[in-house]
Write a protein that binds this ligand. Structure first.
Ligand code: PEP
Length: 249
């Protein structure tokens, strides 16, 4: 079964209401392939989710950038998976390296979050990736396999999961992984899924690349056999996001 190209836009903690409206207009007006060819999911900050959802064209979907690890309740400042489901938000990004590094989210915590979000009917963009130090010490695969295992251990179906390989050294740095570097890790992740989950999950799960993707490098990256799309940060706020979506063709 062919894996449909997937392009996610992570707006992070950026934007005013006015800026968000401009980005939505840019997205709605851009010429892109049909949703049969590419799945586009943009992820504004929580507070803008309803506005974006109401004004974004129906070919595109939205994602939250995080959610709480279990049922909501006395967890001040958190947003639960049930709330996102209640608002009709279909996707959530979990395990982003900024949250792992700055907020101390462990592999196990991310695995629990993925499992809980799936149990509430959300689809998940689950992020994994190594730091520069880990890459230079030769432990890239060990690190991403451990992050993926912590998720695999907690879930019974990968149907609603997209795996995002995002090398930490490439996020927001302008230092993009080379197409060969990305392909190498994506292939290894697919082999990991094949050996540790199932050949069917390895074949059907989309593994997308994130880390300084832009309008100039997207075509070659997206042309790699095991690169099924992108998670885009900085460039998802700019008109070049339309070019990145067009890398699907
Ligand atoms: C990200 O935040 O997921 C990301 C990939 O950021 P950037 O594209 O800016 O490197």
């Amino acid at each position: 079964m062919a894996r449909k190209f997937f392009v996610g836009g992570n707006w992070k903690c950026n934007g005013t209401l006015e800026e968000v409206k401009k980005i939505v207009a840019m997205l709605n007006e851009g010429a892109v392939p049909s949703p049969d060819v590419v799945e586009v999911v943009v992820s504004p900050p929580y507070v803008f989710l309803p506005t974006v959802q109401a004004s974004l064209k129906s070919d595109f979907q939205v994602a939250a950038q995080n959610c709480w690890v279990k049922k909501g309740g006395a967890f001040t400042g958190e947003v639960s998976a049930e709330m996102l489901a209640n608002l009709g938000v279909p996707w959530v990004i979990l395990g982003h390296s900024e949250r792992r590094a700055l907020l101390g989210e462990s592999n196990e915590f991310v695995g629990d979050k993925v499992a809980y979000a799936l149990s509430q009917g959300l689809k998940v963009i689950a992020c994994v990736g190594e730091t520069l130090e880990q890459r230079e010490s030769g432990s890239t695969m060990e690190v991403v396999a451990a992050q993926t295992k912590a998720i695999a251990d907690k879930i019974s179906s990968w149907d609603n999961v997209v795996l995002a390989y995002e090398p930490v050294w490439a996020i927001g740095t302008g230092k993009v992984a080379s197409p060969a570097q990305a392909q190498e890790v994506h292939l290894e992740l697919r082999k990991w899924l094949q050996g540790n989950v199932s050949p069917q999950v390895a074949e059907t799960t989309r593994i997308i690349y994130g880390g300084s993707v832009n309008g100039a490098n997207c075509k070659e990256l997206g042309g790699q056999t095991d690169v099924d799309g992108f998670l885009v940060g900085g460039a998802s706020l700019k008109p070049e996001f339309i070019d990145i979506i067009n890398a699907a063709e």
